[in-house]
Design a protein around this ligand. Structure first.
Ligand code: HEC
Ligand code: HEC
Ligand code: HEC
Ligand code: HEC
Length: 461
């Protein structure tokens, strides 16, 4: 198309751009235009920068955009530029307060640089300007506690920097979202198709639990979805996907599995099943509608291999590991607990906790423990409300001073059940190194600003 027009030199560029939107792209072109690879791992290609050239640089957003316009746009992005192919701004499903926080942060971006555009691409009619300004004032009044600092945390948590340049902030290193190269091996095709059409919360407070990352809605057309699926199929390693379905269980065995999940295993500390359970990992209700049987086997047996970067621990199951693991897998495959759609947690109520900076011990604690025990050890992590037992309050000097270091270590290593405590405390011994668990014990001592009983310290370590 473009070539036949090339004689018309000057108009070529604009005409080609307009046609580009209709040009049939391969699935991979589409993916690069949309920028899926900027958050998801597994799709690295040499030609990745397209989206970062097309999404506007936000380093001077505070100078060129009206705050009311931004507030509206972030909650309801509409096409602005016509020359950027299939690229578009996705919808993160922000509430008014979340969007306000991000706007307050963007207001602070006032870099003066001749290379940045001096005005916003959309000029508002006077009536719209006034209406949006009123909306912004109303939002500020309704949410007085919302700050630019929270906005920055949300901006970082959503990886806005993956597509937009902004002074002083680099994109997250991948992965910050699930591996997409293997998505056809992991997920059932009908589920995936419906999800791409309308994404919803799977990991309710982020891929790194607590980080608050979300899958934004790109409002993909059916045709775009088919093209993406065809691409995912073409890159998937077909061998792994054909695992047999787990064999059915008797109703007696189903009951036994239920009792194990209730009384012994820590799975429901992190996962919801029907009405019960935590909200750290995906809801396991009616799991067979979502994931592939081979993936179910893998993730229960070796989570870090199945999903690199996940915090799901490798759990030695009681009583007999292999038999119990098999029972749980078959149970999960067979149960049809109703799945309740649930929105992402509010990032205003649960500000993102990003596992970065600080000491190694602090990062470990923020990655694996703060979701239940709370960032400051107050037993108030976002997941605590879904457990039937309050996670131990590490900030409580009185209690912690009665606990020897060895007992804390054993608790971390073996989990709650073995120690006759709530089974919802997971065992980390199969996942974290001994050194890391020792660092964690030391970190708990920092949180309580206390030491174990004197007798336990005599002649130890
Ligand atoms: C801004 C970062 C970001 C971008 C860009 C992005 N995603 Fe995601 N995506 C995520 C996060 C975070 C999750 C996990 C969300 C959850 O579990 O609720 C996710 C989840 C998914 C899932 C579900 C996987 C699973 O195991 O549950 C699929 C499929 C997916 N994304 C496809 C895409 C496609 C296709 C694109 C491009 C059109 C895309 N994503 C762009 C962040 C992103
Ligand atoms: C997957 C890539 C991608 C991600 C992630 C992304 N954006 Fe965008 N954004 C775009 C593209 C592309 C445009 C240009 C859309 C257009 O012009 O129609 C855009 C446009 C914008 C605009 C400018 C609107 C205008 O009128 O010029 C703002 C502001 C914005 N994005 C903010 C954000 C914020 C805040 C986040 C994180 C919460 C974010 N974006 C995440 C791709 C992205
Ligand atoms: C510390 C929290 C934690 C514990 C304990 C835990 N998991 Fe997970 N689990 C997760 C997270 C987080 C994920 C999401 C991995 C990812 O990003 O795809 C996950 C993923 C899964 C999945 C894949 C679900 C899906 O829809 O993709 C299954 C199945 C699963 N876990 C089963 C179990 C079982 C069975 C147990 C108990 C033996 C268990 N988990 C214990 C955190 C946990
Ligand atoms: C899914 C939620 C959850 C996660 C994640 C979690 N815990 Fe716990 N933890 C609990 C609960 C609940 C208890 C309380 C058990 C009881 O009192 O019956 C507990 C108890 C403990 C105890 C026992 C203290 C004592 O009384 O001796 C220690 C130690 C501990 N947790 C450390 C950690 C560390 C370190 C991490 C991160 C590596 C962590 N926990 C992650 C829920 C969790």
């Amino acid at each position: 198309m473009c070539k036949t027009l090339s004689a018309l030199f000057f108009v070529t560029v604009t005409i080609c751009s307009a046609l580009y939107a209709q040009k049939v792209q391969t699935g991979q072109d589409l993916l690069l235009d949309l920028g899926c690879h900027t958050c998801h791992s597994g799709l690295e290609t040499p030609d990745e920068a397209i989206i970062r050239e097309r999404a506007p640089d936000l380093s001077n957003a505070g100078l060129i955009y009206e705050p009311g316009y931004l507030l509206d746009y972030l909650q309801n992005p509409k096409p602005v530029r016509s020359d950027i192919g299939a690229s578009r701004m996705p919808d993160f499903g922000f509430s008014d307060a979340e969007a306000l926080a991000v706007v307050l942060f963007l207001r602070q971006q006032t870099a003066r640089d001749p290379n940045l555009p001096a005005t916003a691409p959309v000029t508002l009619a006077e009536a719209d300007r006034k209406r949006l300004a009123r909306q912004f004032d109303r939002a500020k009044k309704s949410h007085p506690a919302v700050t630019a600092e929270l906005g920055k945390a949300i901006f970082r948590a959503q990886n806005c920097m993956a597509c937009h340049r902004i002074r002083g902030m680099a994109p997250w290193p991948r992965p910050m979202a699930p591996d997409l190269a293997r998505v056809m091996e992991r997920l059932q095709e009908p589920w995936l198709r419906a999800y791409l059409k309308k994404p919803h919360a799977v990991r309710p407070l982020g891929f790194f639990p607590g980080s608050g990352s979300r899958m934004p809605n790109f409002h993909l057309t059916d045709e775009e979805i088919e093209r993406l699926l065809a691409y995912f199929k073409s890159v998937s390693r077909a061998t792994a996907s054909k695992a047999a379905e787990p064999a059915p269980l008797s109703s007696f065995a189903m009951k036994k599995a239920r009792a194990l999940l209730r009384d012994k295993l820590s799975c429901l500390g992190c996962h919801r099943l029907g009405e019960r359970g935590g909200r750290i990992g995906p809801d396991l209700s009616s799991l067979a509608a979502r994931i592939m049987p081979g993936y179910l086997q893998q993730i229960v047996r070796d989570p870090q291999r199945a999903m690199p970067g996940t915090i799901m621990p490798k759990i030695r199951m009681v009583p007999v590991h292999e038999k119990t693991a098999d029972l749980i897998i078959r149970f999960l495959w067979q149960q049809r607990e109703p799945r309740q759609a649930q929105p992402y947690f509010s990032l205003v109520d649960f500000p993102p906790v990003l596992p970065e900076g600080g000491s190694r011990a602090e990062r470990l604690y923020k990655t694996y423990c703060a979701i239940c025990h709370g960032v400051s050890g107050n037993g108030d992590g976002y997941n605590a409300r879904f457990l039937h037992k309050t996670p131990v309050v590490f900030a409580s000097t009185g209690y912690m001073a009665t606990r020897p270091d060895d007992t804390l270590f054993d608790g971390i290593f073996s989990g709650g059940y073995i120690l006759n405590k709530s089974p919802m405390m997971p065992p980390w011994g199969g996942t974290l190194s001994v050194d890391d668990m020792r660092l964690l014990v030391q970190y708990l001592r920092q949180l309580c600003q206390c030491q174990g009983p004197a007798w336990s310290r005599d002649g130890q370590r």
